[in-house]
Design a protein. Sequence first.
Length: 130
Amino acid sequence: MKRFFTSVLFASAPLLANASESGIRFDTIISEAGKTIATPSVWVPFDQEAVIEVSNKVRVIVIAVTPTGDTSKVKARMYYFSEGVWVLDWDTAMNANITKTPSFEKDMGDKTHRVVVMPRKAVKPTSSGG
């Protein structure tokens, strides 16, 4: 059985940040042929992109702008890997109540992968996991 690795990359991650800093957590479920292959979760400050990727399978680039109250404009671009290149499959955005359970869900154009991204308002995690 092949083992898949998921990588999470951060664009211009701040070197110093307040431990109680509010940001956004993107919980993601990536399936291949109906079977879950990765469930990465990443936290970033508002207004900063996060890249969630299963190498040579699926790439998701997400961002949430600083919210007004509980509502944030959340954007997602989803790609699948085909014949050596990343193919943009879906470029979307929504105004989401990020204290509830909004999600982006997409059956990818390669007819193999399905991606679910759930943005949630969250406090920056600490090194002790809190």
